[in-house]
Design a protein around this ligand. Structure first.
Ligand SMILES: Nc1ncnc2c1ncn2[C@@H]1O[C@H](COP(=O)(O)OP(=O)(O)OP(=O)(O)O)[C@@H](O)[C@H]1O
Ligand SMILES: [Mg+2]
Length: 230
């Protein structure tokens, strides 16, 4: 489905992400874990095509390493950046419409379908995105990403600054969507409880490289103390 092969990313001198490889298939929910500043966001931006990469990226049996971010998006890679980055001055409805732009979807049909996963948004369709609560904005950001009917979903710290009951709610929505649509999910996180609840496998990054990887059941307290605790 997606194979990340020996990917390195830099902002000039020195690699921030160095020689990372992993793959995901349609039934995977992969968590990318690691302390602050280890390169998690940089890695996702490299996969999305926002930063140039060294190495090779395969998606749906195709080498897409040279594709622009826009082309990767059209090919079916969706990405919700850290901090959500919805359009604060556009309404919720307009934000969702933006998500469908440049994608071959029946907008009205897709909107109805996506709102079933995110019922809270139906109450706020004509409000500006920027006035929603953090938890609602995160749901809007994910819903917008799904409007393009992606074949893979990548989320960067979706639980950051969100209260626990909303985190549980978002986790349930993501699990349901994943089960119904059979698309892989890649999530960068620091929230271990969320990772253990939703994940099926994990990688841990330290200084830009993978130091540990496995099934989520193999993520023991010993490992989290060693690589993740502050
Ligand atoms: N635009 C940039 N130019 C230069 N260096 C950058 C830039 N963006 C990030 N970095 C550096 O790259 C390293 C990795 O940053 P990155 O944002 O990928 O970390 P992260 O693992 O996502 O951290 P966090 O958990 O805090 O979000 C950091 O040392 C950071 O200072
Ligand atoms: Mg980050």
């Amino acid at each position: 489905m997606m194979e990340v092969k020996n990917i390195s990313v830099s902002y000039g001198a020195g690699n921030i992400v160095a020689d990372i490889s992993f793959s995901v298939n349609k039934d995977d929910r992969l968590f990318i874990l690691g302390r602050n500043g280890v390169g998690k966001t940089t890695l996702l931006k490299g996969i999305m095509g926002i930063l140039p990469i060294k190495g090779t990226l395969y998606f749906k049996e195709q080498n897409i390493t040279k594709y622009s971010a826009a082309r990767r998006s059209q090919k079916g890679i969706a990405y919700v950046p850290q901090g959500r980055e919805i359009f604060p001055d556009l309404t919720v409805a307009e934000n969702l419409e933006m998500g469908a732009l440049y994608h071959k979807v029946d907008y009205e049909k897709k909107l109805r379908e996506i709102l079933e996963y995110f019922p809270i948004l139906t109450e706020h369709m004509v409000r500006k995105g920027g006035v929603l609560s953090g938890g609602q904005q995160q749901q809007l950001a994910i819903a917008r990403a799904l409007m393009g009917e992606p074949d893979i979903l990548m989320l960067d710290e979706p639980t950051e600054g969100i209260q626990p009951n909303i985190v549980t709610h978002i986790s349930d929505i993501l699990m349901l969507y994943h089960k119904e649509k059979h698309i892989p999910v890649i999530i960068v996180e620091q929230n271990l409880k969320f990772a253990k609840k939703l994940g099926s496998k994990f990688v841990i990054i330290q200084k830009g490289s993978i130091v540990k990887a496995g099934k989520i059941e193999e993520l023991t307290d010993e490992i989290s103390v060693k690589y993740l605790s502050v």
